[in-house]
Design a protein around this ligand. Structure first.
Ligand code: ZN
Length: 109
């Protein structure tokens, strides 16, 4: 399973969230690119309260920062049982653009 990010055809940089111009070289030659979604969970925290009503039924939530092998850092929901520093694989919630989930790399998520 792969994830789709925005990539620059001019310099090869990857970026998220999508932008009109490349963050590295300012070119507008951007296109969707597939990446493995593999990386490392840098740090995580438990969210007990949210101002977003859509999350009220899911609290407490665990979120964390994942450093992808392609160089990007993305904030994601973190599956139970993961520990900070562990290798993970990101997956994108079906139909969602901005909801990322980090799962164990070994599980082939
Ligand atoms: Zn670029």
């Amino acid at each position: 399973m792969t994830i789709t990010l925005q990539g620059c055809a001019q310099c090869g940089a990857r970026q998220y969230p999508p932008r009109a111009l490349c963050r590295a070289c300012l070119a507008d030659a951007l296109r969707p690119v597939e990446e493995t979604g593999e990386g490392r969970l840098i740090v995580s925290a438990i969210v007990h309260r949210s101002l977003e009503p859509g999350f009220a039924g899911d609290l407490p939530l665990r979120i964390g920062t994942v450093h992808l092998d392609c160089g990007l850092r993305i904030i994601a929901f973190v599956d139970a049982g993961l520990v900070d520093g562990q290798s993970v694989r990101l997956r994108q919630e079906a139909g969602a653009v901005a909801l990322w989930h980090a799962g164990a790399l070994e599980a082939g998520v």
